[in-house]
Design a protein around this ligand. Structure first.
Ligand code: SF4
Length: 277
């Protein structure tokens, strides 16, 4: 058994499926299950066209604003910025802090979020001459570290910016991901963000998306935007779609209380023991 697989398994308290082929990479049962979830959900719901934005900068602002609030509120704040013609780097730099706070007020924590957006703009201007292209040309690990060092950027926000604005191959772990994996006994509540992320990345990194009929329309997918159709590597595409698919499971079925397992496409993977509410 590889050290990595054993270590990962013990971190998550899961069983290991040992395959005794000397030239075959061993995979934990958790990784195999997550791959199966992707295949099941992608076959049912197709490409998800995340993130529903028209520009990289809009993704970044949305990633800040969505902290501790619903997307409906974020949408209102983004619309107000767009109507004020401020949904761009120069716009956020020039606008006064007071006006920015007022415009994003519907997203909540508006003073904190306005200050953090200003900090991000200063960072891009001082370090990358105001160029998002230069910013996203950095290697993933070092850019992730730089983002995490900024005030107000935790791992989920950093990874959302990397994956959805920069097309970097990182998996975004959100509340829905944790809830689903915990209810299926694949991770524990004690697992860190990075442990869950690394598990999902290991599970999905070699996945090939099933071929789907082109004419099919998927009711749960976002409408395509220029950004959702932009070029990305196959692995970034899989991480992108898997996060959107998980969000659909979380919103439609895996509710915080009273999950709707009977109708959920992942029901066949549920462990036999009853799930925690
Ligand atoms: S709703 Fe039930 S079957 Fe679906 S992901 Fe949640 S726990 Fe699993």
């Amino acid at each position: 058994m590889s050290t990595l697989s054993a270590e990962r398994a013990s971190n998550f308290g899961i069983g290991i499926q040992v395959t005794d082929f000397s030239n075959v990479k061993l995979v934990s049962s958790a990784e195999a299950q997550i791959r199966a979830y992707y295949e099941t959900l992608y076959s049912a719901w197709g490409p998800q066209h995340w993130w529903p934005a028209h520009s990289r900068f809009e993704v970044i602002v949305g990633a800040y604003l969505t902290q501790n609030t619903s997307w409906t509120n974020v949408d209102i704040a983004l619309r107000r910025l767009r109507e004020a013609k401020l949904l761009n780097l120069a716009g956020i730099r020039k606008v006064s802090l007071a006006r920015l706070q007022n415009l994003i007020r519907p997203a909540g924590y508006f003073r904190q979020k306005a200050a953090r957006l200003k900090t991000f703009i200063r960072f891009v201007e001082q370090r990358y001459g105001g160029s998002l292209t230069r910013l996203f040309a950095q290697p993933t690990p070092s850019l992730r570290e730089e983002l995490l060092a900024l005030n107000g950027i935790g791992p989920e926000t950093a990874d959302s910016i990397l994956l959805y604005a920069g097309q970097h191959p990182v998996f975004v772990v959100d509340t829905y991901t944790r809830r689903i994996l915990e209810r299926h006994g694949l991770t524990s509540a004690k697992a860190s963000y990075d442990q869950v992320r690394e598990l999902c990345e290991a599970a999905l990194k070699n996945v090939v998306s099933p071929t789907l009929p082109l004419e099919l329309k998927y009711a749960l997918a976002h409408r395509p935007t220029p950004l959702s159709r932009t070029h990305r590597t196959p692995i970034a595409q899989v991480y992108n779609d898997m996060h959107g698919l998980i969000v659909n499971v979380g919103k439609q079925y895996c509710l915080k209380s009273k999950p709707r397992c009977e109708q959920c496409p992942l029901q066949k993977y549920l462990p036999r023991t009853p799930i925690a509410p």
